[in-house]
Design a protein around this ligand. Structure first.
Ligand SMILES: Nc1nc2c(ncn2[C@@H]2O[C@H](COP(=O)(O)OP(=O)(O)OP(=O)(O)O)[C@@H](O)[C@H]2O)c(=O)[nH]1
Ligand SMILES: [Mg+2]
Length: 669
């Protein structure tokens, strides 16, 4: 029987201890003899020079170890919100996850964002409450926060002792621990009627072995979340966590003899500049010298509004290439192998045109996309030496290969990139300098706005009508839809009006029209992406055999923009929610700063000598507030940010087309 493989993501808010835990797991599994440290820059997974200097993870990294007959491919991810796109890319290849929570800081904003994504995608997860050796560590408090803010379906798997000391430990519950057993039965009974029936008679009448099996079954279906406590630094609680990985999470199934199907989730450049694709295999076997076909994976997005990215994907049709070498993750880093099979993660050399998000061979499970907020900022990158301009464009092209969301755009001879925040900007700058020898500066960071229709508008081009340049008829209606709903598309025409000799099925016709519509909505009346709308196609016509797909594709933007002009749009800017804990005496100064930056604030709520303050600021200004906070609060204020949706801009709408650059200065208006 082939070894089973568990592709496991380690996810958490920044600094919760993911990389340290990864190191500890590798040590406990005997893969490394010495434990590296993030602070000394000696860990296995923070291997980039920049990661070592800064002590944060920037790129996801894969490393493997074996436990109880299972090979675990562990994917250490960055926790900083500027690098959330790295997390999104690995979500589609995970069998399970460990969500790390600091026992001192508790549930943090990014913890919630990540947990929601795991829940939406039904990815089974174990929770590991880390840093129990640190002063200020909590148990009950953290469990309450988890139940209230993450999921009520949690099962503590043991108890702690010596919290907040170097000797802090974690002991798993045993069969004899009556209270814990009753609680386990209670949680499981909520989702299983047979357990409920047995449990109603007597909580302890359900055999312990059955409870454990049911716990594994419910955990694997993403219905309950077992919680462990421990310390990645001292190693406390790590052995029970490791046992649980094999017992409670699902290892990958898949037929190595089946048709080839895999997903590319990471692109890297080798020492000689060669492209390396990381693929997770769902089925079949890829061997060196195989010719492979690849194309963008089908996607399932939480929010369907990324017309920008859709269009980028559309431009890259099916491609192919020949695999020249393979590395497989089995123990530690990848080792050279002749093939990679179902369930495994491999590195593939030789596929020069491979892209992040590509599907290799047969379609696999639908890819997760748009689980998190998109980048909200952009900035023009300028080479300090004018002679570097062409090299800069090429270098940014390579970076965009590894991180498609940086979305390199040429605007009036300049190059702009989209950004999540300042840290990502610094990383791009440092990477360009160290890896490409190009010194750059950034122009002012500005917001990436969106447009929403404000009313309903429709337009049509009929067959043979004057002014219709194509032998195709098309009528489209656009109307507003709820915020965050993206772009909806619906066909409302009879089958006889669809050119089936071109599109074969109505489903395909609808899918292609939806794609043309999303493409056309990339630029609205003010040049921003149009979203949160419902588009209905109410008119269709063709002349066989003259009409082709290109006619519908080219007619769509003409009709849709006419409809959009009748509907009208409002330009909305991205907002960031900044939650602060500040000294009570600093409230006045902070409120004034928030107002100066164009933000709004809720009522401060007192907590001892401190005040909690919730504010909402334009994205381009939120980081200014964070920069000013230490000065305003004598260094005592702490702030946490999260995406706050889009709000109509006040004043004249910034026009991205007229200026060719983002017209929003982000200043208070
Ligand atoms: N006391 C204590 N410190 C810890 C523990 N785990 C991690 N740390 C420290 O916390 C800091 C962050 O640890 P990392 O492992 O880099 O955290 P991370 O989650 O990988 O951080 P990012 O990848 O940047 O999001 C480092 O200084 C670690 O030494 C722990 O269990 N106890
Ligand atoms: Mg890390």
């Amino acid at each position: 029987m082939p070894r089973r493989t568990l592709n496991l993501g380690i996810l958490a808010h920044v600094d919760a201890g993911k990389t340290t835990l990864t190191e500890r797991l590798l040590y406990a599994a005997g893969v490394i003899d010495e434990i590296g440290s993030v602070d000394a820059g000696t860990t296995q997974t923070d291997s980039l020079a920049l990661e070592r200097q800064r002590g944060i993870t920037i790129k996801s990294a894969v490393v493997s170890f074996a436990i109880d007959g299972v090979t675990v491919n562990l994917i250490d991810t960055p926790g900083h919100p500027d690098f959330i796109a790295e997390v999104e890319r690995v979500l589609s290849v995970l069998d399970g996850a460990v969500l790390v929570i600091s026992s001192v800081e508790g549930v943090q904003p990014q913890t919630r964002v990540l947990m929601r994504a795991l829940q939406r995608l039904r990815i089974p997860a174990l929770l590991f409450v880390n840093k129990i050796d640190r002063p200020g560590a909590g148990e009950e408090r953290v469990l309450r926060a988890i139940a209230e803010r993450l999921s009520p379906a949690v099962v503590p798997m043991g108890f702690t002792r010596g919290l907040g000391t170097r000797t802090a430990g974690f002991t798993p519950w045993r069969e004899q621990d009556i209270a814990a057993r009753a609680r386990l039965a209670e949680v499981l009974a909520e989702r299983d009627e047979r357990i409920l029936a047995a449990y109603v008679d007597d909580e302890l009448s359900v055999p312990y072995g059955r409870l454990r099996r049911e716990l594994a079954a419910q955990t694997r279906r993403g219905l309950v979340y077992p919680v462990f406590f421990g310390s990645a630094v001292t190693g406390a609680g790590v052995p029970p966590l490791m046992t649980a990985l094999a017992e409670l999470l699902p290892a990958a199934a898949g037929d190595p003899g089946g048709p080839v199907s895999g997903r590319v989730f990471k692109i890297e450049r080798g020492a000689g500049g060669e492209k390396i694709g990381y693929v997770r295999m769902f089925s079949g076997t890829v061997r060196a010298r195989d010719r492979l076909r690849f194309a963008p994976a089908r996607e399932d997005s939480a929010r369907e509004d990324s017309a920008r990215e859709d269009s980028a994907r559309e431009d890259r049709a099916d491609r192919e290439g020949k695999v020249t070498a393979i590395g497989v993750f089995e123990r530690g880093p990848a080792t050279p192998r002749a093939s990679v099979s179902a369930g495994q993660i491999g590195k593939l050399w030789g596929l020069d045109e491979i892209q992040v998000g590509d599907q290799i061979g047969q379609p696999g499970p639908v890819a997760a996309r748009q689980q998190f907020a998109p980048p909200t900022l952009e900035s023009v990158v300028v080479a300090r030496r004018p002679g570097d301009r062409a090299a800069l464009r090429a270098a940014l092209g390579q970076l965009a290969e590894q991180d498609p969301l940086i979305n390199v755009r040429q605007v009036l001879g300049e190059t702009s990139v989209s950004l999540y925040g300042e840290v990502q900007k610094e990383v791009i700058q440092a990477t360009l300098a160290s890896d490409f020898g190009i010194d750059v500066t950034f122009r002012e960071t500005t917001a990436i706005c969106i447009e929403r229709p404000v009313g309903r508008g429709e337009a049509a081009e009929l067959l043979g009508a004057p002014g219709n340049p194509f032998p195709a008829a098309l009528g489209l209606r656009i109307e507003p839809a709820p915020a965050g709903s993206g772009v909806g598309f619906r066909l409302d025409v009879g089958i006889r009006s669809m050119p089936m000799y071109v599109y074969k099925t109505t489903g395909n016709f609808a899918a292609m029209m939806a794609q043309y519509v999303r493409q056309a909505l990339r630029e609205g009346l003010s040049g921003w992406q149009v979203t949160d709308c419902a588009v209905t196609m109410y008119e269709s016509g063709y002349i066989s055999p003259a009409t082709t797909a290109a006619h519908f594709r080219k007619l769509t933007p003409l009709v849709l923009l006419a409809a959009l002009e009748r509907a009208g749009t409002v330009v909305c800017e991205p907002m960031i929610r900044v939650s602060m804990e500040i000294p009570a005496g600093a409230v006045g100064a902070v409120l004034a700063a928030v107002a100066r930056l164009g933000g709004t604030a809720g009522t401060p709520s007192p907590r001892g000598d401190l005040a909690l303050l919730e504010t909402l600021l334009p994205a381009a200004r939120a980081q200014d507030l964070q920069r000013q906070l230490p000065g305003l609060t004598s260094g005592e204020g702490v702030a946490e940010t999260s995406f706050g949706g889009y709000q109509p801009v006040s004043g004249p709408p910034p026009d991205r087309r007229r200026t060719g650059r983002n017209g929003v200065s982000g200043r208070a208006r």
